[in-house]
Design a protein around this ligand. Structure first.
Ligand SMILES: *[C@@H]1O[C@H](CO)[C@@H](O)[C@H](O)[C@H]1NC(C)=O
Ligand SMILES: *[C@@H]1O[C@H](CO)[C@@H](O)[C@H](O)[C@H]1NC(C)=O
Ligand SMILES: *[C@@H]1O[C@H](CO)[C@@H](O)[C@H](O)[C@H]1NC(C)=O
Ligand SMILES: *[C@@H]1O[C@H](CO)[C@@H](O)[C@H](O)[C@H]1NC(C)=O
Ligand SMILES: *[C@@H]1O[C@H](CO)[C@@H](O)[C@H](O)[C@H]1NC(C)=O
Ligand SMILES: *[C@@H]1O[C@H](CO)[C@@H](O)[C@H](O)[C@H]1NC(C)=O
Length: 475
């Protein structure tokens, strides 16, 4: 396939680290947590026998498969997880609650679409598998899932992976805009002191320890000299050998980047059976794709987001001028709060434009793939350099990659490029995406029936063990 120009893959200067991803929309910060859930959550977190209740039919342990691959989950003081979640009512700078997002083990509330009035309802089936999951909920989802893992052990001497269920993203989200850094770093410092005392951490020098962080890496790597955005967690020497799983990593060859792996953004489909998964794959294969190109995206405003000379700005123009392109100008209400509209749109589209926004990666790329729409991306750091375990290869099996600079500065004709792609190539991409779907989504750990596919969390855990055994994440 012709590319507009060779990938000019210039290593960004280190300085660019100081420019963090800008604050996300308000909806992404709050967590609200009804009191009735407090009890339930604490039961599930600290009572092993209750976890057993969650074990599904399909999940009966095969003991030998756990040999050498047992997982120890630290029982952290509650100030590092439960109490943070409970504090969600205190997110006063938002006008609604993020407590909804922590419900159902981090999957959030069911979408519960009205079959009579919501045009997306017939498509998003079975309705019991579709949730209003928040894109920054990975910490909670990952932790709750691990609690039910068949290879979990409570004896650190048996373990070869050590999981740290610190809900740091939730903590940081409370204080991202707090100029008082002692407040913002309060729990980070306490966590690090706690970690230093732990025997497994001492014994393994922090290796084989895993921490999930629900946001992009720059939110946790505050530079002491530049604009003080984010937390300082990943600057702490104690975290030096700890593996972090995030929705976006960095690719600069620094050790903090080497120890960070990107895993897919949580999307909104969480099937609880093979049947539910297969029926979605069938729907994606059979849906009538009546739109050729879709671009769901918002403008960026303000001095930092001057869109002149950006891929996003150029796509606004090109899409508006092309009868083959449909632009949904996203607002909080249209896109974030009504994500079912997006799934419907993507499911009816052949190509979905996914330019970088505040940072290179987007949840939209995973929504797009889940809907069987071919994502069009504009830099290697949007997918290929990120999701090493989940999106294998160079991207040519699941996406169209164009050179962002050529688009932004030379007005390369994106619409024309997509129209020239042969039909057979489009069909090849579509089928390969349908086959990727199972490993990109997160299943519901409360299964309704047999579930045999590996989901994003299975792939992550398997890959972590392989990494530890081999000693190198990249290979
Ligand atoms: C909310 O914040 C106040 C003041 O910081 C604190 O006293 C209170 O316990 C918090 N509420 C919850 C539910 O944690
Ligand atoms: C990280 O690992 C290296 C090599 O095992 C070790 O020398 C170093 O002390 C470890 N760092 C920490 C903070 O434990
Ligand atoms: C945006 O950037 C372009 C080129 O960099 C510049 O010419 C233009 O004045 C800027 N617009 C605003 C509103 O800052
Ligand atoms: C991602 O890649 C693009 C194009 O190579 C580059 O301009 C941008 O700075 C990179 N962003 C990050 C955060 O690495
Ligand atoms: C694309 O998929 C095919 C079939 O699964 C596989 O053989 C090939 O290695 C993949 N190519 C890349 C570049 O990942
Ligand atoms: C990806 O790999 C395939 C097979 O090796 C190759 O044909 C294709 O040109 C590569 N694409 C990119 C974007 O590197």
């Amino acid at each position: 396939m012709a590319y507009p120009s060779s990938q000019s893959h210039v290593k960004p200067r280190r300085l660019s680290m100081s420019k963090p991803a800008m604050p996300f929309s308000k909806s992404q910060y709050i967590i609200f947590f009804p009191l009735s859930f407090i009890l339930i959550i604490s039961l599930f977190m600290f009572n092993a026998s209750n976890d057993e209740l969650n074990l599904s039919v399909a999940q009966k342990p095969k003991h030998d498969s756990c040999e050498g691959r047992r997982i120890f989950i630290y029982q952290l003081p509650t100030e590092f997880n439960d109490r943070i979640a409970l504090d969600c009512q205190n997110y006063t700078f938002r006008d609604w609650s993020m407590c909804d997002d922590v419900r159902n083990d981090g999957l959030g509330n069911l979408m519960n679409l009205d079959a009579a009035s919501d045009p997306a309802a017939p498509l998003l089936q079975p309705s019991s598998a579709w949730y209003k999951t928040d894109q920054f909920s990975l910490e909670v989802i990952f932790h709750r899932r691990l609690l039910t893992h068949t290879c979990r052990t409570e004896d650190p001497a048996q373990a070869s992976m050590f999981y740290l269920p610190f809900y740091h993203t939730l903590d940081v989200s409370r204080n991202l805009f707090n100029p008082d850094l002692t407040v913002r770093d309060h729990l980070t410092n306490r966590f690090v002191s706690w970690l230093r005392q732990q025997e497994p951490w001492q014994l393994h020098h922090g290796h084989r320890h895993v921490l999930t962080l629900g946001r992009i890496i720059w939110d946790f790597y505050r530079h002491p000299e530049y604009e003080p955005w984010g937390s300082s967690l990943l600057r702490q020497p104690e975290l030096g050998n700890v593996t972090t799983l995030l929705i976006e990593r960095c690719t600069y060859g620094m050790s903090v980047c080497d120890n960070a792996v990107a895993i897919p953004y949580p999307t909104n489909f969480h099937p609880a059976s093979d049947a539910a998964l297969r029926s979605w794959q069938t729907a994606v294969r059979n849906v009538k794709r009546t739109r050729f190109i879709t671009f769901a995206g918002s403008a960026r405003s303000g001095a930092l987001h001057n869109m002149t000379g950006t891929v996003r700005g150029e796509l606004f123009t090109q899409c508006a001028e092309s009868p083959k392109c449909k632009h949904l100008l996203c607002t909080q209400e249209l896109c974030a709060d009504n994500v079912q509209t997006l799934y419907k749109l993507y499911s009816e589209s052949v190509f979905c434009l996914q330019p970088a926004g505040d940072s290179p990666t987007r949840k939209g790329i995973f929504d797009t793939l889940l809907s069987g729409c071919i994502p069009v991306v504009f830099a290697r750091n949007q997918t290929v350099e990120q999701y090493l375990w989940h999106l294998p290869g160079n991207g040519s099996n699941y996406s169209v990659q164009l050179d962002g600079e050529t688009v932004a500065f030379d007005h390369y004709d994106v619409m024309g490029h997509l129209e020239r792609i042969p039909k057979e190539e489009v069909e090849r991409l579509q089928e390969s995406i349908v086959q990727l779907i199972p490993r990109l989504l997160i299943r519901n750990h409360k299964l309704e029936a047999e579930y045999t596919s590996k989901d994003a969390i299975d792939v992550a855990i398997e890959s972590l063990f392989e990494w530890f055994e081999r000693g190198d994440p990249q290979k």
